[in-house]
Write a protein that binds this ligand. Structure first.
Ligand code: THU
Length: 123
């Protein structure tokens, strides 16, 4: 919920916080960060993943999402793909401020995720 309080969403007014947990217990948070050039908005989940990777942490087992919405929000399609890069089996839980909760696995939300064999990129 602290990440939710830090969300910067003056354009959509849709505030999102995310907290990633690694298998070794570290918690890395993110919030959505919008921009007056709307296409530059960063989602909370993607920011949490990028922040974790920048700290050398890539072994995630769960992500919690929080919004002010009336129903728990699942991650957007782009964030599902970002999560699948590092944690194809991650558990996803989502919470509203007034205590509603929902949970999914990434496999349920993104079946048949796109995967690129890294060896294709080598010269
Ligand atoms: N948003 C997220 O942070 N995560 C999602 O999974 C869905 C959308 C943000 C992006 C934008 O700042 C606002 O919510 C409305 O789309």
């Amino acid at each position: 919920m602290r990440a939710l309080d830090n969300a910067y969403a003056p354009y959509s007014n849709f505030r999102v916080g995310a907290a990633l947990r690694t298998r070794t217990g570290e918690i890395i948070t993110g919030c959505n960060v919008e921009n007056s050039a709307f296409g530059n908005a960063i989602c909370a989940e993607t920011l949490a993943v990028a922040s974790a990777v920048s700290q050398g942490l890539t072994d995630f087992d769960e992500i919690a999402i929080a919004t002010d919405d009336v129903e728990p929000t699942p991650p957007c399609g782009a964030c599902r793909q970002v999560l699948s890069e590092f944690a194809p089996h991650i558990k996803i839980s989502s919470y509203t401020r007034d205590g509603k909760e929902a949970a999914w696995t990434l496999g349920e939300l993104l079946p048949h995720a796109f995967v690129l064999n890294p060896s294709r990129g080598r010269v």
